[in-house]
Write a protein that binds this ligand. Structure first.
Ligand code: FES
Length: 66
């Protein structure tokens, strides 16, 4: 689904950016161009970013086995 029509950024693009390490809206903008034109997608882009960040898998720390 397109989130940013001006720059053809989809929700998949945003999830992929998060998987690649993006964790701030400004980083998302720099990487995809999302919300750098008319700005009407910003609220949806931020919500999609927040949701993707909340769903990202965080590896558990490796603990020494006794
Ligand atoms: S729709 Fe995203 S900047 Fe216009």
């Amino acid at each position: 689904m397109y989130i940013c029509m001006c720059n053809a950024v989809t929700d998949s693009d945003i999830r992929r950016a998060v998987a690649d390490g993006v964790n701030h809206f400004s980083d998302l903008q720099a990487r995809t161009g999302c919300s750098d034109c008319c700005g009407c997608c910003e609220q949806d882009a931020r919500a999609t970013l927040d949701k993707a960040l909340s769903q990202i898998q965080v590896p558990l720390p490796i603990t020494a086995m006794a």
